[in-house]
Design a protein around this ligand. Structure first.
Ligand code: AMO
Length: 442
């Protein structure tokens, strides 16, 4: 018999079916044994009656998380047993046969138990099986899918950027060194150099993948390995083209999420934001003036916004423009990486931006220097040696158009969309200062 997925049972009332899945809950009432069976598509209640002797004996033995194949008849539940609003709440499978295909040891806790975060992380192979986790990571999968779908439709070419690299792109001391056949290599902090090089080949490119930051702090917004959604595009007029692309991209992502994942959002108690046609934009110094006026803190001499400043500006954007998003532009050039393009209309400031969403920075982007000589000068200006970047510099030696792009942090976007307190809750297997799967101190 061909397998039926649990979500399709409603089309099979009265029929004999074969289901495959995990035992979610088992309730033994002596003669009657009830089992909730779960597969990727949903859940259904099954009942095992004593007249199906073999199935009944098997049902007596099985325990939560055992993997079983079950045959049975799909019955409509009696009126008074119907659970309204629940998938298959009006159905029940009367079991005729059970084959155990995988057993499970006793669980350390009930799968849906309310756990402290470390216990949750210690047991991810089990805790990711909860409905809550599944909703979070289905939403995340759909974000990537929508990101890809939108950019492909705009004639971007998807590329794969290496994770083993010679020198870091973002500057600073935040790269992991690794021993590489007697040499020192690094784990990529971003696909920056490669996406720029590929503009010279495909004009418009995007990539999604893990990147690595050796940041030695433990916060609710930092991971040491995260997923960066990157794009880079040639022949731009200014960094505003990148803002506008991100604006439309986000609108597409939210549209897709509301079409495909509204059940997951409902289950998680979250709402999908509306993306304004034109996301409000402030220069950093304007944002700082607002913070001073509205929230009484003078941060006008700082080169960046602190987390509290980001929260305040988002609060202001919500109140003033009813927007969950706000672009902050024109950070001091001195604080941006060497590839950053200076805004000719605002000397000393970057032709670039951060995008804030519900209180946190989710994107950095901007225009890049595309002239070889200017780039060499900028590299030297940062106290770096151009020779170390000679491989990357070839792209510029051999002709590059004005271009720019952005990097969007997938976990931060997911976390803020859903309203999760910690970015690690939006990471399947988070790596942080204290943990690679298990606590490092163990
Ligand atoms: P940046 O370093 O600002 O820019 O990173 C871009 C976005 O990546 C996310 N992010 C992180 N998420 C989780 N944990 C971290 N430790 C972490 N660090 C960064 C944030 C951030 O906005 N090459 C540029 C992008 C570009 O200009 O195209 C870059 O990597 O959401």
């Amino acid at each position: 018999m061909e397998r039926t997925y649990i979500k399709d049972l409603k089309k099979k009332v009265g029929a004999e079916v074969l289901l495959k899945g995990w035992v979610d809950i088992r309730r033994d009432h002596g003669k009657l044994i009830f089992i909730d069976l779960r597969d990727v598509s949903g859940q259904v209640q099954m009942v095992v009656l004593p007249n199906h002797t073999e199935a009944h004996t098997a049902a007596e033995a099985i325990r939560p998380e055992w993997v079983v194949e079950v045959t049975g008849t799909v019955n409509q539940r009696p009126e008074k047993m119907v659970k309204a609003g629940v998938l298959n709440g009006d159905l029940e499978l009367e079991v005729t046969g059970i084959t155990v295909v995988g057993t499970a040891k006793e669980l350390p806790f009930e799968k849906e138990a309310d756990l402290n975060f470390d216990t949750y992380l210690d047991h991810l192979p089990l805790t990711l099986r909860t409905e809550r986790s599944k909703s979070i990571f289905r939403i995340q999968a759909s974000i990537i899918q929508a990101f890809r779908e939108y950019l492909v439709a705009q004639n971007f070419t998807e590329i794969q950027a290496p994770k083993l690299i010679g020198d870091d792109a973002e500057g600073g001391a935040n790269s992991f060194n690794i021993e590489y056949f007697g040499h020192t290599a690094h784990l990529a902090q971003s696909p920056q150099f490669y996406k720029q090089i590929m503009v010279g080949i495909f004009e418009k490119v995007f990539t999604t993948g893990n990147v690595y930051r050796a940041e030695k702090h433990s916060t609710t917004r930092h991971l040491n390995e995260y997923t960066s959604l990157d794009l880079e595009m040639g022949f731009i007029d200014s960094f505003r083209d990148i803002c506008s692309t991100e604006n439309k991209l986000l609108a597409h992502i939210m549209k897709k999420l509301s079409e495909t994942r509204s059940e997951d959002f409902k289950a998680l108690g979250s709402t999908i934001p509306t993306v304004p046609d034109s996301i409000p934009t402030l220069k950093l110094r304007e944002a700082q003036a607002i913070i001073k006026k509205e929230f009484g803190e003078d941060c006008s001499n700082e080169p960046d916004l602190e987390p509290q400043h980001e929260r305040w500006i988002c609060e202001y954007a919500k109140k003033t423009w009813d927007s969950d998003f706000i672009f902050i532009t024109h950070f001091p050039l001195s604080k941006r990486p060497m590839y950053t393009y200076e805004d000719p209309a605002d000397p000393g400031y970057a032709a670039g931006f951060d995008l804030l969403f519900r209180g946190i920075e989710i994107t950095t982007g901007g225009q890049r220097i595309h002239d070889y000589d200017n780039l060499v000068t900028a590299i030297k200006g940062k106290g770096l040696e151009p020779e170390k970047f000679s491989y990357y510099l070839q792209a510029f030696k051999f002709g590059m158009p004005p271009h720019g792009g952005l990097g969007l942090g997938l976990e931060r976007l997911t976390a803020k969309l859903i309203g999760l307190d910690n970015v690690k809750e939006a990471t399947l297997f988070p790596r942080d200062l204290n943990r690679i799967d298990n606590l490092l101190s163990k």
